[in-house]
Design a binder for this molecule. Structure first.
Ligand code: ADE
Ligand code: ZN
Length: 319
């Protein structure tokens, strides 16, 4: 596979069923089944929320610093082996603190995994702290304030979880603080929510990238803005199919239309343990199902570096 940067993946979404079971046993956590195959057979989604319910339930197995280290190491090792040179990984801090895990354990485990994976494979990685929309704006602000002792452990903030009913406008305070702290800002928008969520993320949260953004294509004025400002869109084809946020056949995905519009699109896995594959699997799927030539695949790979938050000199070294 071409070298890429992966900019839209939830590290918790790389928790494979086998690791769910292993961590449940290690930590004495009950599960509906201890057979990874049976557990995975339950991964049938009708929409974003039906996925999130299972994703959050599985995360009850994550308890210790070692668990976070093991999860981070598993993803980074696998990603490096399949062509990922740079990973900007989302993590859902509030999920873990709500489950009784001290934030120190989350930060220490992930940070050590990033450092060791760099030594072992050369992969460059950083963390983006995502606020959970369904917990609301005040909780986001409080989470960010409480995470400030760990300011040097993450490079930005994001916004994820249930989209509909939780528009970006609820999170202006937290994103304002993030901006004044010099943190990067991204948000999921236009996955299930309409173009208005994308406008709000740009205008009210001053985001530098839109995660997903597919539904922006419904609004020509918005498409023009995204093109003119070259706002990166981190598109996740297999996720869109699994969560039914795109037409059922990958062959009908809007990706070629987004490229034809001149949008700065990249390819990402979102939650690889749940949606049928890692970023290389996403590339394989779009190569097989969409009429994309080598030039367009090269553009997608190049866009991923262009859209990353690495300083320019470091980007050049990875391409
Ligand atoms: N959390 C994990 N994956 C997500 C997705 N695809 N959308 C919103 N929140 C998420
Ligand atoms: Zn996502």
């Amino acid at each position: 596979m071409l070298p890429v940067a992966e900019l839209h993946m939830h590290i918790e979404g790389s928790l494979e069923a086998e690791l769910v079971v292993a961590l449940a046993r290690r930590n004495g956590v009950d599960l509906p089944t201890f057979d990874p195959v049976e557990l995975k057979a339950r991964y049938r989604f009708t929409d974003l929320q039906s996925f999130l319910d299972i994703y959050y339930a599985n995360l009850a197995v994550m308890k210790t610093e070692e668990d976070f280290y093991d999860l981070g190491t598993a993803y980074l090792t696998r990603a490096a082996a399949s062509g990922v040179r740079r990973a900007e990984m989302f993590f859902d801090l509030q999920t873990h603190t709500q489950n009784g895990v001290p934030q120190e354990a989350v930060f220490a485990g992930f940070t050590a995994a990033i450092a060791d994976a760099r030594t072992a494979t050369g992969i460059s990685a950083d963390l983006i702290l995502c606020f959970l929309r369904h917990l609301g704006g005040e909780a986001a602000t409080q989470t960010l304030r409480e995470a400030m002792p760990f300011r040097d452990r993450f490079i930005g903030v994001g916004l994820d979880s249930s989209e509909l009913g939780f528009p970006p406008s609820l999170f202006t305070e937290a994103f304002g603080i993030a901006g004044s702290e010099g943190l990067h800002r991204v948000a999921h928008a236009g996955e299930e929510g309409g173009p208005d969520y994308v406008w709000e993320a740009l205008d009210l949260l001053a985001v530098e990238r839109i995660d997903h953004g597919n539904r922006a294509m419904e609004d020509p004025e918005l498409v023009a803005r995204l093109r003119d400002e070259q706002v990166p869109l981190t598109v996740c084809p297999l996720s869109n199919i699994a969560l039914k946020t795109a037409p059922p056949e990958l062959a009908d995905h809007l990706l070629p239309a987004m490229l034809a519009e001149g949008l700065l699109v990249s390819i990402n896995s979102d939650d690889p343990a749940y949606f049928g594959g890692y970023v290389n699997d996403n590339f394989a799927a779009i190569t097989n199902e969409l009429a994309l030539g080598p030039e367009q695949l090269g553009t997608l790979a190049e866009n991923s570096f262009t859209s990353s938050f690495l300083p320019e000199a470091e980007k050049q070294a990875l391409r």
